[in-house]
Design a binder for this molecule. Structure first.
Ligand SMILES: [Zn+2]
Length: 109
């Protein structure tokens, strides 16, 4: 993790490659699909409404992941939709489908 040793420098942002971004998104998507299946299986014992809310939340993340895949495809991935500056690679490693840098996320939340 050499990226943590060096302070972020303006103008020379660390970015994930398209390949890395796709791998992380793929991983994230598989995790959500597994989660969705688990909810569906547990659903037999859980109230329909609880299950619907949980599924909706997972589906929303899946939609974000799909949108992020599209951004990798058109080359806009990794740029903040709020300020159009690059989202730090460390953040994309944790939240590969995020559209915003930390500052803009805080504004929009
Ligand atoms: Zn931003």
């Amino acid at each position: 993790m050499s990226s943590l040793d060096t302070p972020p420098t303006e103008g020379r942002p660390e970015r994930l490659t398209a390949h890395e971004a796709r791998q992380r998104l793929e991983h994230e998507r598989n995790a959500r699909l597994t989660q969705l299946r688990a909810i569906e299986e547990a659903g037999r014992d859980v109230a329909d409404q609880v299950m619907a809310v949980q599924k909706e939340a997972v589906r929303r993340v899946l939609a974000e992941i799909e949108a992020a895949f599209a951004r990798v495809g058109d080359g806009s991935y990794g740029a903040c939709l709020g300020c159009s500056r690059p989202v730090p690679a460390e953040r994309l490693e944790i939240l590969p489908y995020t559209r915003f840098c930390v500052a803009c996320q805080r504004h929009s939340a």
